[in-house]
Design a protein around this ligand. Structure first.
Ligand SMILES: [Zn+2]
Length: 110
């Protein structure tokens, strides 16, 4: 490995690009802890922040069926991730970066 990416303590493939974003978990000083979830990039209209949507099924015992649920997370995305809408990503919880952002994108899946 020749790329200078910090080990963030969870089992993900670090990005190949570099960046100088202070809130990058690999190249800055942001640490991650807590929840790790998978999702899809839904919108990226903000600067360095994306909306990640996660769809999941919840079992309803009374009706013995599954219901579709979804959750949206505002996530910090550092420039080295190179994201676009529709990418499957892994996000991890971090300290609150702004009023609504407390997750950061840690992996882009091929
Ligand atoms: Zn970075």
């Amino acid at each position: 490995m020749t790329i200078k990416a910090k080990n963030i303590g969870i089992d993900v493939i670090p990005p190949t690009a570099e960046c100088n974003d202070i809130n990058c978990p690999f190249h800055g000083s942001l640490s991650v802890r807590g929840q790790v979830v998978d999702g899809v990039v839904a919108t990226m209209r903000m600067n360095k922040t994306v909306i990640v949507e996660r769809n999941y099924l919840r079992y309803d015992r009374k009706y013995e069926r599954y219901e579709k649920r979804s959750a949206r997370y505002a996530c910090h995305a550092s420039p080295c991730m190179g994201l676009k809408v529709g990418d499957r990503v892994t996000i991890a919880e971090c300290r609150p970066i702004s009023k609504t952002v407390a997750f950061v994108v840690v992996e882009k899946k091929e």
